[in-house]
Ligand binder design. Sequence first.
Ligand code: SF4
Length: 93
Amino acid sequence: MSYRYKKLTRRRFIKFTVFGATIPFLGGVIDEVEASKASKAVMKYQGSPNGNEKCSNCIQFIPGKKSQANGKCKVVEGSISPQGWCTAYASES
Ligand code: SF4
């Protein structure tokens, strides 16, 4: 039987304690941020552009992993299409 014993040092104990307490805390913060966003219905979100205005060129948009993939929005909850639009649209200029 192979058993690798690692001594529980003070440093290792602190690492595990801090890491273990941080993960649930971050999960709670992320849930609160998402819950504080406006609903798509309230912001009149639509999955298509409004003329030249669309999520991909809005300052509130957080892109997904690929340019055509859905991303997130800083103010509207849920998955957001880069081709979408809502009444909170804001451009840089
Ligand atoms: S604010 Fe509206 S238009 Fe801008 S990224 Fe969010 S959902 Fe899209």
